[in-house]
Design a binder for this molecule. Structure first.
Ligand code: NFK
Length: 399
């Protein structure tokens, strides 16, 4: 081998109730906004992305206008073909209620610049976090390169409402706005970015009163909701942007857990597997991390029952199980981690690398610098992991 360089469509009534629910959300939001208390929970504002995202324009629109706009948006995208499973009937059924069309809103809160063209899609209607952001940068020159999407799954131990799809923005900026040669080589290979949200578990520092908190913003999720949401989000993404089936899946921390599990569930969920998975600062083995960090068992248990610990651990599957999904095709695995990570010990990436030792998939361990959250915040370390994955994919697919 060459060595690498270093459910069918919803009923009308379901759609009607989805309309109502999202419509109610927009109304509540407009009312709350007029009292300057947007998304205020007893502990304060509950989510960065909820705070930063203006879902429907300038915030001065009337409730009637909002409902009208929503109806228009949903109607406008109604001609997106409904998702249908092909081949044998699916065994996978998402716990989320799928919408039969997508809700799109411009993320205007980030102001001018590359994020002006970012759009948010709602892939299901139970919770506002069943959404993802997409940015398709305008490219100056038409590249003849084969181009790929980069799809990101955030971390936050399934519960931190301050970590969400917008946590990918610093990395997108670094890739898109840097003038360096490496950056321009990199973005000439990237045709789109998507960043997923998924439902969260409760967080004690951000209590929510179920009596006063709209149900679609309540964080009460438990495993396997998180993984089901990621699968539903990827399904929706691939249906809405067919070229996103050529992608590199990147996950940070528990997002890395979700990224590898998504590969294992791909055929069940009817999604195309990624060309590469990049696990960054990841947790891959819950029983092992409970041994190295006994305090974390409470964190894991906050999001999932004990009986799921093993099946939610990507390092406890065999290379054969991954290859069943990745068939004979050429695939790449990047495990990127920092020895300065104060939250996730080095044993975790090592354990994950062991799975692929001596098998046909290309895997590479990339050593990053910095603390756990510095990796995605501003440091550019996450860019390095993406760079490596792109480099290996380009090498892989070259004749
Ligand atoms: N900020 C999170 C904690 C967190 O994200 C975390 C803590 C320890 C090990 C890994 C973590 N994140 C993984 O997604 C919290 O507030 O619970």
């Amino acid at each position: 081998m060459r060595q690498p360089p270093t459910s069918s469509r919803n009923s009308a009534s379901k759609l009607g109730s989805a309309f109502k629910r999202v419509g109610r959300y927009l109304k509540d939001q407009a009312e709350e906004q007029s009292h300057s208390a947007l998304y205020l929970s007893p502990a304060g504002r509950i989510s960065q992305h909820q705070r930063n995202t203006n879902w429907y324009g300038n915030g001065e629109t009337s409730n009637q206008d909002l409902s009208d706009q929503l109806v228009q948006k949903l109607t406008r995208v109604n001609h997106v073909p409904p998702y249908r499973f092909s081949g044998s009937p699916p065994t996978y059924s998402p716990t989320a209620t799928p919408l039969s069309s997508s809700t799109m809103a411009t993320n205007s809160a980030s102001g001018p610049g590359i994020f002006q063209n970012m759009v948010r899609h709602q892939y299901a209607s139970d919770n506002i976090l069943q959404s993802y952001d997409v940015l398709k940068p305008q490219r100056q020159n038409s590249h003849t390169n084969r181009m790929h999407w980069v799809v990101f799954i955030h971390g936050g131990y399934f519960r931190d409402p301050k970590v969400d799809s917008t946590s990918f923005k610093p990395t997108i900026s670094l890739i898109e706005e840097s003038q360096s040669q490496t950056a321009s080589t990199l973005h000439s290979r990237i045709s789109g970015y998507a960043s997923l949200n998924y439902r969260l578990a409760p967080h004690p520092a951000y209590p929510q009163d179920p009596k006063t908190t709209p149900s679609y913003t309540l964080n009460t999720s438990r495993w396997p909701n998180q993984l089901d949401d990621v699968m539903a989000g990827l399904q929706h993404l691939q249906r809405t942007y067919p070229d996103s089936k050529d992608y590199i899946l990147v996950g940070h921390s528990v997002g890395a857990t979700l990224a590898f599990l998504a590969v294992l569930k791909a055929s069940e969920a009817g999604i195309t597997t990624p060309r590469a998975v990049a696990g960054v600062s990841g947790i891959y083995d819950y029983p092992a991390i409970h041994k190295s960090n006994p305090d974390y068992e409470a964190l894991t248990n906050n999001a999932m029952d004990t009986k799921y610990y093993e099946e939610a651990s990507p390092a406890l599957y065999s290379a054969d199980q991954y290859e069943e999904q990745w068939h004979q095709e050429k695939r790449v695995i990047v495990i990127a981690h920092s020895r300065d990570d104060e939250l996730v010990v080095w044993d975790q990436p090592e354990g994950m690398m062991k799975v692929f030792e001596g098998d046909g998939l290309t895997s590479e361990l990339v050593e990053l610098k910095g603390k756990h959250n510095e990796i995605w915040e501003q440091s550019g370390e996450l860019v390095k992991a993406i760079e490596k994955a792109v480099e290996l994919v380009v090498w892989m697919i070259s004749p």
